[in-house]
Design a protein around this ligand. Structure first.
Ligand SMILES: [Zn+2]
Length: 247
């Protein structure tokens, strides 16, 4: 049976003598494992579509739940990523995050794919800073994956949060004065909170249309990363590598 999808390669691993096993985030079929037979052979017509971060129209052949890549027309390679190690590190982290959750069970594949494409494009073209793109990706990814934080009124007093913090476990904002002792939280006040509200719910194609002074961007970036890590409850090797570049 043949299946036509648009798909982004988020993992590409050498297999046997000349194959590649791809993890592909698709628009209509969730996340699939796909064998690209002979993709490492010189002259293979599957070479570019099998590269990490390649986005292509794909014709897949399915046999008993296994997919092989039959034909591909590559639409975007995000080649700007390969020219900058920090961008590549951030993109690799996005890919590892995208590979973690089981979107195929949630029916959110198309939205997550659009988020991934937007953020990879921003990195590749360098229109927005890496730190800003990473923060927006993390928060929006969480929001789309069933972990939308409550960024409105203070959970305790019900007012506009003052000197707000984001409590990681509950995913709610509270004023500094209302915070429960012992609850793990990260600062998320003022314009960083306003930016977080925007990122969590704006139109996806306008995701990066906000600006923040450096200090507030640091606050936002720290909060988004900590929130993602606390909810997904795992380490990301690619994030650790990215951090070594920041130092
Ligand atoms: Zn309060």
């Amino acid at each position: 049976m043949y299946l036509q999808v648009n798909g982004l390669v988020i993992r590409s691993v050498d297999y046997k003598e000349s194959d590649k096993i791809l993890t592909v985030l698709t628009d209509t079929a969730g996340k699939l494992t796909v064998n690209a037979r002979g993709a490492r052979r010189r002259g293979s017509r599957l070479i570019s579509a099998s590269a990490l971060f390649a986005y292509s129209e794909m014709s897949l052949f399915e046999n008993r739940g296994r997919y092989t890549l039959d034909e591909a027309n590559t639409l975007e390679l995000f080649s700007g990523l390969g020219r900058d190690i920090e961008k590549m590190a951030a993109a690799s982290y996005f890919a590892e995050v995208l590979g973690t959750e089981a979107e195929e069970d949630r029916g959110t594949g198309a939205e997550v794919l659009r988020l991934a494409l937007n953020c990879l494009y921003a990195l590749s073209e360098g229109v927005h800073g890496v730190k800003k793109t990473k923060a927006a990706f993390e928060l929006r990814y969480m929001a789309q994956s069933g972990y939308m934080p409550q960024l409105g009124r203070c959970r305790v007093c019900g007012g506009e949060p003052r000197d707000a913090g984001l409590e990681l476990a509950s995913g709610t904002v509270v004023c500094a004065g209302c915070a429960s002792p012992g609850a793990l939280s990260v600062p998320l006040g003022g314009s960083a909170l306003a930016a977080a509200r925007y990122v969590a719910s704006c139109e996806l194609k306008r995701l990066l249309s906000f600006s923040l002074p450096d200090a507030e961007l640091e606050t936002l970036a720290f909060a988004c990363e900590k929130y993602l890590l606390s909810k997904l409850e795992r380490r990301f090797k690619t994030l650790e590598f990215y951090r070594t570049l920041e130092e």
